[in-house]
Write a protein that binds this ligand. Sequence first.
Ligand code: NAD
Length: 312
Amino acid sequence: APRTVLITGCSSGIGLAIAVRLARDPQRRFQVIATMRDLRKKEKLEEAAGPALGRTLSIQHLDVCSDSSVAECVGSIPGGRVDVLVSNAGVGHVGPVESISVEEMKHLFDTNFFGAVRMIKAVLPDMKRRRSGHIVVISSVMGLQGIVFNDVYAASKFAVEGFCESLAVQLLQFDVFISMVEPGPVNTDFERKLLEEASRRECAGADAATVRYFRDVYLPASRDIFAALGQSPEAVAEAVARVVGAQRPAFRMQTNRLYTPLVALKYADPSGDLSVRTLHRLLFRSGSLLRLSVSALRCLTCACCRRGVTPA
Ligand code: NAD
């Protein structure tokens, strides 16, 4: 029988692409419940799903920030049975920390961290009871490596990684798997919304030099990075299909090879200086994060990476 896959945040971007990829699986392995916070935005998914709609794909309401919405959606699934959870819903945030209120930070954590936690808690008891199940979390390379001006977003993804890394050990005892999918930049509305919001941001509370670094150095570099290294949501969906189809799914999976060396810097030097100082030099000394891609490519062939210092 096809496995039931519940996905959050399917009205756009990566979530939409995953829902479509799994619902239109050539081997028909999945029955997809694609969920979204606002059902008025379902048209794009309906269109992309094509003939899968109503057959291998159904659309339901789910707001990951609401306990009752999560309970209602999971409760409506026959037998409450979810074989695969894909926790994808998330929001981005960039800017100088001085200009971000703690309230805003809590809102971001409520979606990116507690949203994933709510979903995992909702499906876990049944998965444990059945001694089978797979939880896939769309994390980010920023769940492994902090990036300048993404302090709060990276913190929320680190939080998810810590939560899941701890849980993964216990769950192996129940034959339940967790996988963290860690994309680099992906060209979705996420980045567009983020950069639009960032350019409007008044940065009140931050000093002039910090605001200048953010506006004149970070934002253009970020645009360049997305243009040069950005993946399509479909490429990430393909990676998710691979991990969901695996007999023994990996705990971590980076989807963009160009980012592997960035994370390797961290593991290559336990003091942390290599990654912090390299990122500092690339952004503030060379003036362009684009150089990062070049050094990343060079690093792919360097001895430390060939020795397998990169994380599994
Ligand atoms: P996106 O903005 O297109 O998609 C995010 C989705 O989450 C949207 O459909 C949004 O409506 C939904 N969402 C937000 N709050 C929600 C809530 N409370 N309840 C239910 N749904 C909610 O962006 P995306 O790039 O497709 O992002 C998907 C995931 O991928 C996120 O977790 C993001 O952190 C992660 N990610 C994105 C990138 C990137 O560069 N785009 C890179 C790495 C990881």
